[in-house]
Design a binder for this molecule. Sequence first.
Ligand SMILES: C[S@@+](CC[C@H](N)C(=O)[O-])C[C@H]1O[C@@H](n2cnc3c(N)ncnc32)[C@H](O)[C@@H]1O
Length: 325
Amino acid sequence: MNSPQKQARFHYQDLGPASSNSRDEILAGLQETRKRISPKYFYDDTGSLLFEEITRQPEYYPTRTERRILSEHASDMATAIGTGTVLMEPGAGSCEKIRLLLDALKPAAYVPMDIAGEFLQRSASGLQREFPWLRIAALRADFAAMPSLPADLPAGPRTLFYPGSTLGNFSPLQATGFLRHAKRLVGTEGKLLIGIDLHKDRAILDRAYNDRAGVTARFNLNALEHLNRILPADFRTQQFQHLAFYNDTCQRIEMYLESRIEQTVIAAGKRIHFLAGERIHTEISCKYSLESFTALAAAAGLHVRECWRDGDSLFAVFLLSAGSC
Ligand SMILES: C[S@@+](CC[C@H](N)C(=O)[O-])C[C@H]1O[C@@H](n2cnc3c(N)ncnc32)[C@H](O)[C@@H]1O
């Protein structure tokens, strides 16, 4: 499924996943005793736009807080990382945050990756118009499979930029596996710049995932519309409701779609039965302390070089490297 399109310094490649693999994965999750789907199925074009709308909600502190940290410390980050690296960004989405670092970092190339191909293509080509000197190789890919990079990228050090606390969507065990993989990708000279959401009062967290305008609810429910197209299936979104709350024991936000009634949905020809109140688990968002994230990084063989935080310690951006301290 490769469809390279060339512009001057812009290259886009579709590395999958193929829709047949997605169908099998979704169906397997819906047939488990505790039904679940991967959060990657939030992100069709509508889901990507809804996520951008979430980031503008007053209750959703992570994006504006992380943007502030990146803006205030861009030159320190560039000094610690160095210019001329090949900069990769899994889950780049709107490619907004990287704009805050590009002038300071002056990378040799930028490799944004995302599962939402159309949205990525639009945002990466917008970035190209704004930064005409920047070489961009955009990849539609599943970052959990961490694709190999295009062979014609410049040699030299590599940096992985992973903002948005997207790492929190993995369990700590999965996150360690992802970081090990990322460590191999950047190599011994490489660095990782990672945004992490920190522990805080649960009321702030509960509000952030239950905004008053109902955008997060629409985002969550939109996953069913996405499944209807992929499988296909006949989910009726009005028969489900958004549920999100902080789980103290696991130190994470959990998000579900809860069936309002007893119902049967036909998904890829299979009958999926729901009791009233039964849930599909759609997302976790794990929160860390500086210590627990440092320990997670260490389990993946990575060391914390720097950590930048906002004044209220809501959010942190960590610089990690493989080399010893
Ligand atoms: C929480 S949003 C973060 C967007 C942006 N990086 C930010 O910091 O605001 C997660 C992004 O990762 C993408 N994504 C989610 N799961 C993915 C996967 N398995 N592979 C590739 N991209 C994925 C989504 O499409 C979305 O753009």
